[in-house]
Structures are given as structure tokens and as C-alpha cells.
Design a protein around this ligand. Structure first.
Ligand code: OAD
Length: 247
């Protein structure tokens, strides 16, 4: 079978010789698990839902139930989904790398379910909830169809532990991602439109520090022109092929 993309021997050599590999993933890596991306024209979440009504602190203040229910719906979709060949290939790359960090903008936990260990979650995790007043993580809470659950300590509403628009990323996650981008020899950028900062700045940091930057995406993005290698295809096809090329 001939593949629609070509894996350049210089990329294979760079990966084989790398001491440190970092991967930056976005919603596209989960597309083949049946989870919608954000910006794809018809099926993307932001084509169907208004982020200002669902993913901002002010949306939650205006209508916590609507926001809570939307995340509960997404949590259910994720629970039904399975990691795909792209997630599994990244976990396998981690096992064979000397040092490997997986930085993800995704909040679904599919990388961990696929076996990835060293994962930096830049935008949080949809499975966790926290107090909307002081951010304390709450381990045990009961889903209730009729109302938003409340913090057992202070009675404020609980909210998903994800980063919303108008919010800052967790400092420790951002510092770990930045360090992984600056230290790596190869940065794989998989399934992201590279439009949302600060994640979108990581490929620039990596390149400025001398890393080889590789884009894996079926479509052109804001990053494509600056990438050293562009592998045009679905993550679930390209990443297993990349992994095999190392043998
Ligand atoms: P986007 O929806 O912006 O981009 C998804 C990318 O995945 C696009 O470039 C697609 O071409 C690509 N794609 C689609 N199918 C693919 C496949 N099978 N394999 C590989 N790539 C594929 O999603 P993100 O870049 O992740 O933030 O969006 C970044 C952030 O914007 C998200 O984390 C979210 C959103 O608002 C928050 O919620 C804070």
C-alpha cells in the first residue's frame, strides 16, 4: 500500500538519534476515536456551539447548569471512546525514547489510557472537578440531573477542572511544557490547528532551541510553513508508520 505522505530519511535519523522527544497534541489526535475537534468547519464543536456561552467564567456565572451539562455530555462521549492507533503509537514512542514528554491540549485522558506516562495536560482534564470559588480539587461528587453539584466545603458550585477562555493556564503545566519544548531534539506537533496560545508558541520555542519540528495533520495549519517536516495525513495512519520506520 502506498502512503499519501513520505517519511524523509533525515526525519527517521533525527528521531533515532534524539535524546529527548516531545509531542504536542491537539483535538485532531482524538478525531479517529470519534471525538469532535473544535475548529473543523461543519463537525467542530465551535461550529455547533458558542464558546462564549459554554467555555468562559462569565458563561458559568450566567448559567452554571448549561455549562455543567455540556461538560457532562462531553464526559459521556469520552467514556464511550477508545484510544486510537495514533494515541497508541505515541505511547510506544515514549517507551522507546530516552526522554519523552507528551504535552496535550486535550482534556480527555485518552493518552493516559493508551499508556502514555509523562503527560502534561495544558488545558486540564474533563474527568476532574474543582470548587468554582477557590479551585480546590474535589475527589468525590455526585452527578445530579437537576442541579450543579456543590463544593462539600464551602457550598459553591463545582466546575470541570479545565481551562476556559479568559483564564490562565496552570503555571506548573505551562512551565513543564515550555521546558519540554526548549529541551527536545524533535517536536512532533499532532492534530492541532496551532491557533490557541500559549500552546501555539511551543513549536517556535522548540525551533529556536534547535529542535526539528514535525507536523502531523491532514490539513494545512498556522504552523505548516514553519515546520521542518510536514506529514499530511491522519494521526492514526501517520504515527504508526513513523514508529515502524524506526525499526
Ligand atoms: P482544533 O479543532 O483547533 O484543530 C484540530 C486540528 O486537528 C485541525 O488542524 C485538523 O486539521 C486536525 N485533524 C483533524 N483530524 C485529524 C486526524 N485524524 N489526525 C490528525 N489531525 C487531525 O483543535 P486544537 O488545536 O486542539 O481549548 O484546539 C486548541 C484549543 O482550542 C483546544 O484545546 C480548546 C479549543 O478552544 C480549550 O478548550 C481551552
Amino acid at each position: 500500500m502506498s502512503l499519501p505522505f513520505r517519511i524523509d530519511p533525515t526525519l527517521v535519523n533525527a528521531l533515532r538519534g534524539a535524546n529527548f522527544v516531545t509531542a504536542l497534541t491537539g483535538a485532531g489526535i482524538s478525531a479517529e476515536s470519534g471525538i469532535a475537534t473544535f475548529r473543523d468547519a461543519s463537525e467542530g464543536l465551535w461550529a455547533r456551539f458558542d464558546p462564549r456561552e459554554l467555555a468562559t467564567p462569565s458563561a458559568f456565572a450566567r448559567n452554571p447548569k448549561r455549562v455543567w451539562d455540556w461538560y457532562a455530555w462531553r464526559r459521556e462521549r469520552v467514556a464511550e471512546a477508545q484510544p486510537n492507533a495514533g494515541h497508541l503509537a505515541l505511547a510506544a514512542l515514549e517507551r522507546r525514547a530516552r526522554e519523552f514528554v507528551l504535552v496535550t491540549q486535550n482534556v480527555y485522558g485518552l493518552h493516559q489510557r493508551a499508556g502514555s506516562r509523562n503527560v502534561v495536560e495544558l488545558h486540564g482534564n474533563i474527568a476532574r472537578v474543582k470548587c468554582s470559588r477557590d479551585g480546590t480539587l474535589v475527589e468525590r461528587w455526585e452527578a445530579n440531573e437537576d442541579e450543579v453539584p456543590r463544593c462539600p466545603d464551602c457550598g459553591a458550585f463545582l466546575r470541570p477542572d479545565v481551562v476556559w477562555f479568559d483564564e490562565m493556564l496552570a503555571e506548573d503545566a505551562l512551565a513543564a511544557a515550555d521546558k519540554a519544548a526548549r529541551r527536545c531534539d524533535v517536536l512532533l506537533v499532532v492534530g492541532t490547528s496551532a491557533e490557541v496560545y500559549p500552546a501555539a508558541a511551543l513549536p517556535d520555542s522548540a525551533r529556536a532551541s534547535g529542535a526539528v519540528v514535525v507536523e502531523v495533520n491532514p490539513n494545512a495549519t498556522a504552523l505548516s510553513a514553519a515546520a521542518d517536516h510536514v506529514l499530511r495525513g491522519a494521526a492514526g495512519v501517520v504515527l504508526p508508520a513513523l514508529l515502524s520506520s524506526l525499526d
